[in-house]
Design a protein around this ligand. Structure first.
Ligand code: CA
Length: 226
């Protein structure tokens, strides 16, 4: 699958130059021009890499990075710093950035850092937290939050939601979900899947009758996400 990069940079010229360049390399690119927008986009957990400027309007890059890590988002982060910000670099790495690059930099250097971070293999069984709608899902802590409130989920609901989020956008058959979540040994009917999906919808969807996240694919099964 095509890797996607979120570029958080307030200077329009640099945002365009960097964006065009990584797009030429075959990556998907989304951009944000301030820290709040950057945080909201990065917190979806949908990116393979975040390039994050430090000096940003509304919320600076260090705060964005710290808050993302605090929420369990472990997407690699490449920080962009100004030449004079020695202190920021150290602090950046301390609060969870993976690498940094000092402005001004040469394009090949930038691309080399980007590619190095994207090559880094994801740790197995270690999935990052993510946000969708008003929901925050943290698979490592097995926690689901709606707005500021924790939503209790059963072990099975948790497994099911985890599987859905790991297969975002894919149509999943009931049999596939049964095997993945209930295992080969137990023999519940596919109806069990429907029941658990209904419970999850009650907990996660704003309108469980018109689900936005766990959608029915008629005659086949379900799909998570847009
Ligand atoms: Ca800036």
């Amino acid at each position: 699958m095509e890797k996607s990069i979120l570029l958080v940079e307030d200077e329009p010229g640099l945002r365009k130059t960097l964006g065009d360049r990584v797009r030429d390399e075959g990556f998907k690119v989304e951009t944000a021009a301030n820290g709040i927008d950057g945080f909201d986009k990065a917190a979806t957990g949908l990116f393979d890499l975040v390039v994050l400027d430090i000096m940003l309007p509304r919320k600076n890059g260090l705060d964005v990075c710290r808050d993302l890590r605090h929420e369990g988002i472990d997407t690699p982060i490449l920080m962009l710093t100004a030449r004079s910000q020695t202190f920021d670099k150290v602090l950046g790495l301390k609060i969870g950035a993976d690498d940094y690059l000092t402005k001004p930099f040469e394009m090949p250097e930038f691309l080399a850092r980007v590619e190095a971070l994207l090559r880094r293999p994801a740790l197995k069984g270690y999935s990052s937290a993510l946000r969708f709608g008003g929901i925050r899902f943290d698979p490592r802590r097995a926690e689901v939050w709606r707005d500021a409130k924790q939503v209790p989920v059963s072990a099975r609901e948790f497994q099911l939601l985890k599987y859905f989020t790991e297969h975002r956008g894919e149509t999943l058959t009931r049999e596939q979900l049964l095997r993945a979540v209930w295992g080969y040994d137990s023999a519940p009917s596919t109806r069990t899947v429907d029941v658990h999906v209904a419970w999850l919808r009650q907990k996660l969807e704003e309108d469980p009758k018109q689900p936005k996240w766990i959608v029915t694919v008629h005659g086949i099964g379900y799909r998570f996400g847009d």
